[in-house]
Design a protein around this ligand. Sequence first.
Ligand SMILES: Cc1cc2nc3c(=O)[nH]c(=O)nc-3n(C[C@H](O)[C@H](O)[C@H](O)COP(=O)(O)O)c2cc1C
Length: 205
Amino acid sequence: MKILVLFAHPKISDSIVQVEMLERIRGLDDVTVHDLYAAYPDFLIDVEREQALLLQHDLIIFQHPFYWYSSPAIIKEWQDLVLEHDWAYGGRGNKLHGKFLMNAISTGGPQNFYAHGGKDRFEIRELLNPFNQTAYLCGMGWLEPFAIYVGRRIPPADLSQQAEKYRDLAVGLRDGTLDPLKHLAKNYKLPASFATKKDKRHASA
Ligand SMILES: Cc1cc2nc3c(=O)[nH]c(=O)nc-3n(C[C@H](O)[C@H](O)[C@H](O)COP(=O)(O)O)c2cc1C
């Protein structure tokens, strides 16, 4: 699979976790890293360019710090402009059918906060449900989110180990040693439109 990493951090010079994650995957064959804040500091997103990039890749990763239980603002702007009606969804909107989407995030809160009864009340996967449903509407498979918890307080050795896990995940998905269909988010059912892609590589799912 060809992987497109849509990276969004509004202040990369202050980043500890996201920068480490990025360094592990930057330069890998068939992995395109696209830094949205660097490309569009004024939020003037080039829709044609973004759509062309999407067409060239099979797995789209939104890589971002978890901000206010969601993503930094540019990812929302990107979605609002790039995922056009009759392109990404709607009657003739089939361009993303059969592709995969994943969030690769870092949080400030520890993992046990993100549970029913925990301080943050919901699981990370639930809080990312707008991405889940966006993938579904666009005929995509939504993969289990990858998360590194406790953010900037993470001990360096743990960060290194977690970032390496992220790299292994990306490499495994790229090379097919990890089957994305076995890596769908918990309880995610593929939409019927997933299998309408012209090449039926994934139709057996
Ligand atoms: C504006 C803002 C909002 C944040 N919102 C959350 C949040 O909702 N949940 C959380 O666990 N951490 C939150 N954090 C902490 C960041 O997710 C954390 O610092 C970041 O993922 C660490 O990665 P970095 O070193 O690349 O910045 C927030 C941080 C900022 C600056």
